[in-house]
Write a protein that binds this ligand. Structure first.
Ligand code: PLP
Length: 387
């Protein structure tokens, strides 16, 4: 099928700064400081600074940022960690790799963000931390989080993999908790040209332990004080990220504008059952994804709508079709269908529409026009079969 409107197109980010990226790569090549080089420390400082954190420690992926970041916060065996059931599986993998016990909770049906009231029921004397996932680019309310964490004496570890530069209640993503994990997977709001991640923190001890953990647990060369691993952000990736960083807020601004256009174009269809995930953080939402719910009130099923969009050359996605607690790899955690009804309903209803800097207004309008057309055709079919 001919693709007219892809789900993501990274060329809009890379072509205009192609020369800068090439010379950044060339410069690392000629310097030869491929591991823990200068571009890495420069990028770590720059990214921490714009995110209002003190220290940045680059790692090989967002998944490692969660697993090692939790360990750097001294969370491990015997500790319970609360996280949402509807997140990318890496959040759960990170907790398990840190050796901690994951405790899943449900989400708000409107925002898809973790439900702190529901979380309260799962707090035990063993609960050490909560991982708010700033899903789709919207932060979990920092004020509510801080209150929740303080009342229950919990550490906050943010999963900000989808929320570079997002803000809410005066806080930037990555500056709310003791530490935070980001991913630089290519299609994230800030993406490398391969895998990458970073842990941000304002706690010097966490930063130091993190620096050891990613580098074989070494305090200095060949002297190992922690059981670490090899997980460093390549100097090459950091050099590319440094070139892209100055454009991040402009790219996020474009994402917000696209989302606002989707919102207004979709408004007339809300009465027909298509409902955007609620934005409660205004311009602080960085729209990693633009997600709508295809509710039961819609004249057409999600699957048929997705197929209809494909026929029109429009790619969409589902983030995510199976909530963490129902993934086959994690049946041993003992969860069942029905445990987290909001997460389960969302998984059945959500649809992610094309979203990337460079997507044009007319393309957004075309996506919504195809949806509107599919809805009205289906209603005609229903009228005809009823009469
Ligand atoms: C992408 C992502 C991760 C994992 O990052 P990787 O770099 O792919 O390992 C973790 N959590 C969330 C919410 C993500 O979207």
């Amino acid at each position: 099928m001919n693709i007219k409107i892809p789900f993501v197109d990274l060329n809009f980010q890379h072509l205009p700064i192609q020369n800068k990226i090439h010379s950044a790569i060339q410069s690392v090549l000629s310097q030869g400081d491929f591991i823990l080089g200068k571009a890495l420390s420069d990028f770590e400082k720059a990214f921490a600074q714009i995110s209002h954190a003190e220290f940045g420690i680059g790692v090989a992926s967002g998944t490692d940022a969660i697993a090692l970041g939790l360990q750097a916060c001294n969370i491990g065996a015997g500790d319970e960690v609360i996280l949402p059931a509807n997140t990318f599986i890496a959040t759960l993998i990170g907790v398990i790799r840190a050796g901690a016990t994951p405790i899943l909770v449900d989400c708000h049906p409107q925002t898809a963000l973790i439900d702190l009231e529901a979380a309260l029921k799962f707090v035990t004397p063993r609960t050490k931390a909560i991982i708010p996932v700033h899903l789709y680019g919207q932060m979990v309310s920092p004020l509510e989080l801080l209150t929740f964490a303080e009342r229950n004496n919990l550490l906050i570890f943010e999963d900000a993999a989808q929320a570079h530069l997002a803000y809410r209640d005066g806080y930037r993503a990555g500056s709310v908790g003791t530490a935070a994990a980001f991913s630089f997977y290519p299609s994230k709001n800030l993406g490398a040209i391969g895998d990458g991640g970073i842990v941000l923190t304002t706690n010097a001890e966490v930063a130091q332990k993190m620096t050891r953990l990613r580098n074989y647990g070494a305090s200095y060369k060949y002297y190992h004080t922690d059981q670490g691993t090899n997980s460093r952000l390549d100097t090459l990736q950091a050099a590319v990220l440094l070139e892209k960083l100055p454009y991040l807020s402009e790219w996020n601004r474009q994402r917000l504008q696209i989302a606002q256009l989707y919102d207004s174009e979709l408004a007339p269809l809300i009465s027909q059952g298509i409902i955007p995930i609620q934005n409660q953080s205004g311009e602080g939402h960085v729209y990693h994804l633009y997600v709508v719910k295809i509710t039961e009130a819609c004249p057409i099923s999600r699957q048929d709508l997705q197929q209809r969009l494909v026929s029109a050359g429009i790619q969409t996605g589902i983030h995510y079709p199976v909530p963490c607690h129902l993934q086959p790899a994690f049946t041993h955690l003992g969860y069942q269908v029905g445990d987290f009804p909001h997460a389960e309903t969302l998984a059945k209803q959500i649809l992610s529409l094309p979203m990337y800097p460079g997507l044009t207004q007319s393309q957004v309008k075309e996506v919504v026009a195809v949806i509107a057309e599919a809805f009205s055709e289906q209603k005609l079919v229903m009228v005809n079969t009823n009469s």
